[in-house]
Design a protein around this ligand. Structure first.
Ligand SMILES: *Cc1c(COP(=O)(O)O)cnc(C)c1O
Length: 418
């Protein structure tokens, strides 16, 4: 490297580092970072496991020692354990644009995909028995595809994979349900929730949205867009902790028609009647199955307090600013041709992550992690960087791009990391 390019590089870096500092100083969400347990690692994997909100350890200790240890069975009523799935659902509801009473927190996303797809097929076939096709996002997160396939087999349907962007055009008279990922977990591409939902309804089909990568990252507006069913994770941008239970949204006017394929006793209209015949409860409770996992649920409830006073539109604005800035830093620092940005540049088509295609992505990510920049690697060649606006700074984005450039520069030097 000649002296002039080194100096030019330093000037460019100085410019972006200064810009990052200025943007962080003007960031109205910057103070939120102090509500999380973080160190000086650049943590860009909140789209896989959100960071720990600082209040959670004490709350979990209290649930274990006092509510369980001292109050024992009384806590089901006196500590609000029994109603926790609906109560916490109502806390998530405004973050996904849902009025109260439509969201329940229960089970995993995978299980909720099953409930939603079967429930949606049953409604579609009640309206028109000839509907036997389930369209599944062709680049779906695998679990959704596996479960849709089984749900289809059980309901006399077949699955047809269709790219998310083509779903609207593909829905037809035989379509019962469309199952779409709001964001492609690999590329970070954001699907058109509004247009796709409208197209499903025009075709007489029902739509199930998987909002795992958008809940807590951007406005989802389920009610405003007339979404039928939605499922989502709470351990990604909602920071609920590893394996925290997922949520299920059933639109209010469909609740009465939602015939869950897993009608456990917790969803019964009168669970403690211990009746031999099932009768579904009203509203969100229909999404429940069995006894809720209270420790995880209450950890999630505590973690949701970081959202108090936060406007999700402001979160979105910061997410777009962060991802724009990160891409600019990558373009400035990384030698031409070493990585290829596969996340769409257009804001309306981008989630809250940036994915880069790169040869030896696995080795590169391992080296990034060793140097304190944590993203993740998706086979065969994708580096994924998730941006959580509540705790990611512009300085984090700049440092991640700078360290990536260093790693890639060394990788081309004989003797450097392969
Ligand atoms: C993370 C994720 C899941 C995870 O499902 P689990 O049942 O929690 O393992 C499902 N779908 C999508 C789109 C995801 O991003």
């Amino acid at each position: 490297m000649s002296e002039t390019t080194t100096v030019a590089g330093a000037a460019r870096r100085g410019g972006l580092a200064e810009e990052a500092a200025a943007r962080d100083a003007g960031d109205r969400l910057a103070a939120k970072r102090a509500e999380f347990v973080l160190d000086d690692t650049v943590y860009l994997d909140g789209n896989s496991l959100g960071a720990l909100p600082a209040g959670v350890p004490d709350r979990v200790a209290d649930v274990v020692r006092r509510e369980w240890g001292e109050m024992r069975i009384r806590s089901w009523t006196e500590s609000g354990w029994w109603e926790a799935p609906e109560r916490i659902g109502d806390r998530i509801a405004p973050l996904v644009g849902a009025a109260p009473g439509q969201v329940v927190v229960s089970d995993s996303t995978s299980v909720n995909v099953f409930k939603a797809v079967v429930g949606a097929v049953r409604i579609a076939q009640e309206d028109a028995p000839g509907r036997t096709e389930v369209l599944v996002d062709a680049s779906t997160f695998p679990t959704d595809g596996y479960i849709a396939e089984s749900a289809a087999r059980m309901t006399g349907c077949t699955v047809r994979p269709v790219p998310a962007g083509e779903m609207a055009a593909e829905a037809g008279p035989y379509t019962a349900v469309m199952l779409v990922n709001h964001v492609d977990y690999r590329t970070g591409e954001l699907a058109d929730l509004s247009g796709t939902t409208r197209a499903a309804h025009r075709a007489g089909a029902r739509v199930v949205w998987d909002v795992c990568h958008t809940a807590g990252a951007l406005p989802v507006d389920l009610d405003a867009h007339g979404v039928d069913f939605a499922v989502g994770c709470t351990y990604k941008y909602l920071n609920g902790g590893p394996g925290a239970p997922a949520f299920l949204y059933v639109r209010a006017d469909l609740a009465e028609r939602f015939d869950s394929p897993l009608p456990g006793w917790n969803s019964h209209v009168d669970p403690f009647a211990m009746a031999s015949v099932y009768a579904a409860g009203d509203g969100a409770v229909r999404g429940r199955v069995g006894t809720p996992d209270i420790l995880s649920l209450l950890a999630l409830e505590e973690s949701l307090k970081v959202w108090d006073g936060v406007d999700i539109a402001e979160v979105r604005a910061k997410s777009l600013a962060l991802t724009d800035f990160f891409v600019r830093c990558v373009e400035a620092y990384v030698p031409d041709g070493r990585v290829h940005v596969i996340t769409p540049a257009a804001h309306e088509r981008r989630g809250s992550q940036v994915a880069l295609r790169c040869p030896d992505a696995g080795g590169v990510m391992a080296e990034l992690i060793a140097r304190g920049v944590v993203g993740d690697y998706r086979r065969p060649d994708v580096l994924r960087f998730g941006f959580t606006p509540l705790y990611t700074s512009f300085a984090d984005a700049e440092r991640a791009a700078r360290v990536l450039a260093e790693v890639l520069a060394e990788a081309t030097t004989p003797g450097g990391p392969a």
